[in-house]
Design a protein around this ligand. Structure first.
Ligand SMILES: [Zn+2]
Ligand SMILES: [Zn+2]
Ligand SMILES: [Zn+2]
Ligand SMILES: [Zn+2]
Ligand SMILES: [Zn+2]
Length: 760
């Protein structure tokens, strides 16, 4: 519109100026034109006459931009519109939340202008309310209103009274037996042990009131029950014991849930506290040597899980030294180290110095390390004591001789027979009437210093049922025990029993501490071994003998005896079911093997079906049977020593050796002699036999005399008759005389203390 009006105006002006020009034309012809320069829209024009020349210049436009249209550089005339910005995709510089605005930033790709724009808040997006939760914004978790209420149902079946540590099985049934979970108001009072289907096991932990809540997994249903937990209080009774001092005791009762609880520590002069024993422990271990106890089972505290009243006995170990030496007999060239073992020392006692002293420095000295150096021949003692606790001490006897190798041969054997430490152990003696326990005390020597005497006055009449009188070669000594524990069941009574028929049984000797009785002549058959009339007989094994062989017999899978793993040509006897026996079914004393002409010979064997053992023959027919007494109150060790002396005589009389001494077990598999076997003393018995045999065989022309130098502890036979609480050393003189020449030596031995066997 503006443009049209402008054009009309220009037309009118042109029309008027034509009139004017015409009037002025003559004037410009006279004075010349006065031109005005051409513009964008007008040509060069005379301002007098309006005469024009040439054309108008036309506009000179620049390009349009984001914000400006095309514009003439001369007259600023515009044409069209600006281009507008070319915005990019923008970037979020602050996210909008449910409740707060965000901000976005945009940039023009062309002019790089930046513009920030506000994003409106998003507003909440609520889910539906459930039993588990109220309506909740999916984005920000904001809730509105309440969750749907759970419904109380009767689902739990349980006892609402429990005691501490009690477990209870409860049943929980929600509608349709849907899945559920359990919570407790206090997890320290009760715990869930298991949950399988509708069955839960809960365990009460401590006294009080606790609520058990069960809820279905979707919380639509729930049930709860309040459980009262009660707990018993138990009394502790501390047993009194001689000389035991208990500290002020506060712990007189306990509740199981409080456990563990430290028990008081009592003291006893001279002893070390090991712990408290319950009646069970006292019963189980009461008769067992302290050395064999596992003292860790004693209580220092009441262990978790204990219920019921307690009766506790304090147990102590006797604080003492024990000594460990290689020998107590040395010659002038020897040194001897005394090793000291500390038993039941307190922490303070362990720090105190050990002091060694010789009673007679002229015979020997002992240094700070316990090393003995001999000075001259003789006997003396050394004492080991604790510097700060002089009551803890021990004495050891040492014999110094000029030259051990140069001693009289018999003295050498008697030195060898000397026991460094006397046997002392609690053993169980089994009799058919009763079983009894006793403290077995050995002797100072493996040789019995006593006359050998056999009473021949209670012989069995010939042609009695138990003495048929047939004579046989003797290859064995067969040792039994009577398994008769009655006090009166002594050797004389047994001799009379055999004399009176023996119920069809018989044996050659009855040996006891009170005497040895001969019932059947040695060369006759008797009925004691349980192997019937099976005679001794040897079989060529087909194997060559080897030097220093063990001659250990086993059975091959196809039923042949093997000697040291080599298969012989002799078959083992079949069992009663015709099966081949195994090596483990051979009796403990083995199978007879002897070497003759460089070959092994195996004795006849048989299957003892009564005792299920492969056994040897020749028990009744070819052995001399000895019954040893085990009657209560008798001196079992003296019985065994007397028996050993008897056996030595029989070996020599019958030209036999120590290898021919067999337990009854060898002939039938019977556990006989049971007391020696049960208490692991058979080998010791053979040791006794070997010394008696060696001395009898080669030194019967000597006179041997014995003198105890500590008669309170050792009698005139060398038997130990008393023990002290601690280990003690006792000494004795042995004199051997031949052709009017006597030689004497003083020897010593340790008698183990009672403290090794008893708790304080
Ligand atoms: Zn222009
Ligand atoms: Zn003009
Ligand atoms: Zn732009
Ligand atoms: Zn929200
Ligand atoms: Zn027997």
């Amino acid at each position: 519109m503006k443009t049209k009006r402008f054009i009309l105006l220009v037309f009118v002006i042109l029309l008027l100026s034509t009139f004017v020009s015409c009037k002025k034309k003559s004037e410009c012809e006279k004075n010349g034109h006065q031109y005005v320069d051409a513009t964008c829209i007008n040509p060069k024009t005379c301002k007098i006459c309006g005469m024009t020349e040439g054309e108008a210049l036309g506009h000179d436009y620049s390009d349009a931009t984001c914000t400006k249209p095309k514009t003439c550089k001369r007259c600023n005339m515009t044409d069209g519109d600006s281009l507008g910005h070319n915005w990019n995709d923008g970037e979020i510089i602050k996210k909008a939340t449910c409740t707060e605005s965000g901000m976005e930033k945009y940039t023009c790709d062309v002019c790089k202008k930046i513009e920030e724009r506000v994003i409106d808040p998003l507003g909440h997006k609520y889910s539906e309310a459930t039993h588990l939760a109220p309506a909740t914004c999916e984005r920000c978790g904001d809730t509105i209103g309440e969750k749907l209420p759970s419904v109380l149902v009767d689902a739990i079946q349980a006892n609402d009274n429990m005691s501490v540590n009690e477990q209870q099985e409860i049943e929980i049934h929600f509608s349709n037996d849907q899945a559920y979970q359990i919570e407790f108001s206090d997890d320290t009072m009760i715990e869930l042990i298991s949950q399988i289907g509708s069955i839960c096991v809960i365990k009460a932990l401590k006294e009080g009131q606790v609520t058990l809540i069960a809820k279905t997994t979707d919380m639509a249903e729930y049930d709860e029950i309040s459980i009262t937990i009660s707990e018993n209080t138990f009394a502790i009774n501390y047993k009194e014991k001689d000389n035991v001092v208990l500290p002020e005791i506060e712990l007189l009762t306990y509740k199981p849930s409080e456990l563990p609880l430290q028990l008081p520590v009592p003291t006893k002069e001279g002893y070390y506290f090991l712990g408290w024993a319950t009646p069970d422990i006292v019963t189980k271990y009461g008769n067992m040597a302290l050395e064999l106890w596992d003292t860790s089972i004693l209580w220092k505290e009441i262990p978790v899980g204990t219920t019921g009243d307690l009766a506790l006995t304090p147990m102590f170990g006797y604080t003492r030294f024990e000594l460990d030496v290689e020998t107590t007999i040395i010659d002038m060239n020897d040194n001897l180290k005394v090793n000291v073992i500390k038993k039941y020392f307190s922490a303070e006692q362990l720090l105190s110095k050990i002091v060694f002293a010789s009673t007679n420095d002229e015979i020997l000295t002992i240094d700070e390390e316990g090393i003995i150096t001999p000075k001259k021949t003789g006997y003396t003692t050394i004492t080991v004591s604790l510097e700060d606790y002089s009551n803890i001490n021990i004495t050891l006897g040492i014999t110094v001789v000029e030259d051990l190798d140069g001693l009289d041969e018999l003295l050498k054997i008697l030195i060898e027979a000397n026991v460094k430490e006397v046997i002392a152990k609690n053993i169980t003696v089994t009799g058919y009437q009763f079983i009894y326990g006793m403290r077995l005390r050995g002797s100072v020597s493996n040789y019995l210093f006593a006359e050998h005497f056999v009473d021949e006055t209670i012989l069995t009449p010939l042609n009695s049922e138990n003495r048929p009188g047939d004579v046989h070669e003797k290859y064995y000594i067969c040792v039994h025990d009577t398994a008769s524990s009655a006090k009166t069941a002594d050797a004389k009574q047994h001799a009379q029993y055999v004399q009176n028929g023996g119920g069809g049984t018989s044996w050659h000797y009855s040996a006891g501490d009170t005497g040895i009785y001969h019932q059947i002549p040695d060369n006759e058959r008797a009925y004691h071994a349980g192997d019937g009339s099976r005679e001794y007989h040897l079989n060529d094994s087909g194997l060559l003998a080897k030097p220093n062989a063990m001659m250990k017999v086993t059975i091959s899978e196809d039923g042949y005896f093997e000697i040291d793993g080599e298969k012989s040509q002799i078959k083992a006897p079949l069992k009663s079911n015709n099966q081949i026996p195994t090596t483990s079914e051979i009796n403990d004393a083995g199978i007879r093997v002897v070497v003759q002409n460089g070959k092994y010979y195996i004795g006849d064997t048989w299957w003892s079906d009564t005792y299920k053992r492969v056994s040897n023959t020749g028990g009744n027919v070819n052995s001399i049977g000895i019954e040893t007494m085990v009657n209560q109150g008798s001196d079992l060790y003296l019985t065994w020593q007397k028996t050993a002396k008897l056996v030595a005589h029989l070996l020599i009389d019958n030209n036999l050796t120590i290898n021919d001494v067999k337990p009854h077990h060898f002939f039938s598999g019977k556990n006989c002699p049971q007391t020696m076997r049960d208490n692991d003393l058979w080998d010791n018995f053979l040791t006794l036999v070997s010394f008696e045999y060696r001395i009898l065989k080669d030194y019967s022309d000597y006179e041997i005399s014995f003198e105890s130098l500590d008669k309170t502890y050792v009698n005139d036979k060398g038997r130990v008759i008393k023990q002290e609480m601690k280990d003690i050393t006792v000494s004795y003189n042995i004199t051997v005389t031949k052709d009017g020449v006597s030689k004497t030596i003083t020897l010593s031995t340790i008698i183990p203390g009672n403290s090794r066997f008893l708790f304080g």
